[in-house]
Design a protein. Structure first.
Ligand SMILES: Cc1ncc(COP(=O)(O)O)c(C=O)c1O
Length: 382
């Protein structure tokens, strides 16, 4: 077996991070306040464009928790959310004692289906059971069809939240991701397109809401010399050192998007003559970052299933994963309400995420492509 393991998605430093981190150390701003935190928040806001306010926190999950609390989600409320996502999109709903309602994907982008959102919100308005918020996830670096979803949410007074943990750098009708909804969140986890080793960010239009969430993220400390608290809080702030890493990463975001798109293009070329294999389609409304390159295997034409591909790659010391297991099929959410579900089930049954790092060399990628081709063209040899 080849000793050089190829991972799904690894951190890729620009080289500038050390300089930012050194400056942070030299200044001794190492903890939850400091100039890099302020600068990183401003630079992300600037990168996204528009009249936006940002708050850097310890993770994307923490960001979503604070946003849902800001929206007023609590015990007995419903929150609608894409079913085809990572659990971090959903756990914060449970932290607040609310109930998730899962919504299926559409086939154009694999993201939350606007027609099903309309159907669900119209129905729940009739039965007086509207969700308080809807979390639209932008899957694997591709934007959902957010205008259609924003329109129906506005009609029903449902607060729209963008889970842009996987989509920093993606666009939608010329706009950057995380800029349409009232609240959006990003993740800077180690596997993301840029990373602070771990971290997240909230994006909002309302500076007062950001100030409130900042206070909660700082243990709800009142501006008093003694430790005065009127409200429960969390230790959710990002550290200045991690923000310094983020500043070095943000400098190369466009390069990282271009590199991940090149990885996807090389896979498309490598599998062009293999029956029944295609990349997650790129929807006409924007640029897919290809944070992960994901292939769908046609049930009729492909000669291997995702688990065979994952196994074949594992045998060659290459990491691959199935598509996210839909939330409505998770044991934790047994009996939860789901609107549709069969599209996400099919994508899960037939999709594989392939190594997609921006640092993946063409020769390493060829190892992956060759192993996938072998698995698909000579499945009996696996
Ligand atoms: C879609 C989605 N939402 C939320 C999260 C949670 O982010 P974090 O890992 O920073 O808590 C992640 C992944 O990490 C994600 O992929």
């Amino acid at each position: 077996m080849n000793d050089d393991r190829i991972y799904l998605s690894v951190p890729h430093m620009s080289g500038e991070e050390r300089r930012f981190v050194k400056d942070a150390f030299d200044s001794n701003w190492l903890s939850s306040v400091g100039p890099d935190l302020n600068a990183f928040e401003q630079e992300v806001a600037l990168r996204l464009g528009g009249d936006l306010h940002t708050l850097a926190v310890s993770s994307g999950t923490a960001a979503l928790h604070l946003v849902l609390r800001q929206v007023g989600v609590g015990h007995g409320d419903r929150v609608a959310v894409s079913t085809l996502t990572f659990a971090g999109s959903v756990f914060p709903i449970l932290y607040l004692g609310a109930t998730p309602v899962f919504i299926d994907s559409e086939r154009t982008s694999w993201n939350i289906d606007p027609d099903l959102v309309r159907e669900y919100l119209d129905d729940s308005a009739r039965t007086n059971s509207l969700p308080k918020a809807l979390i639209a996830v932008h899957l694997y670096g591709q934007h959902c069809d957010i205008d259609a979803i924003a329109e129906v949410c506005a009609e029903h007074g449902v607060v729209l939240i963008e889970d842009a943990a996987e989509s920093l750098g993606a666009t939608y009708r010329g706009r950057q991701t995380a800029t349409t909804a009232r609240y959006s969140i990003l993740s800077f986890n180690g596997n993301k397109i840029i990373t602070t080793t771990g971290g997240g960010m909230i994006i909002a239009r309302d500076p007062i809401a950001i100030a409130q969430m900042k206070k909660w993220a700082n243990q709800s400390r009142e501006p008093a010399i003694e430790y005065l608290h009127r409200d429960v809080g969390f230790n959710y702030r990002m550290s200045n050192v991690l923000a310094a890493i983020g500043r070095g990463q943000l400098l190369v975001l466009d390069e990282r998007v271009a590199a991940r798109r090149r990885v996807a293009e090389r896979y498309a070329d490598a599998f062009a003559d293999v029956p029944g294999v295609m990349l997650q389609p790129e929807a006409p409304w924007g640029t897919h970052t290809r944070w992960l390159s994901v292939v769908g295997l046609d049930a009729d034409d492909a000669r291997a299933c995702p688990s065979m591909i994952v196994q074949a790659l594992a045998a060659e010391n290459i990491e691959a994963r199935p598509v996210w297991r839909p939330m409505h099929t998770q044991p934790l959410f047994n009996g939860a309400q789901v609107i549709g579900g069969s599209v996400a089930d099919t994508l899960f049954a037939h999709g594989v995420c392939l190594p997609s790092s921006s640092s993946l060399s063409p020769s390493a990628q060829e190892r992956v492509s060759e192993a996938v081709r072998r698995a698909l063209l000579q499945p009996s040899a696996i």
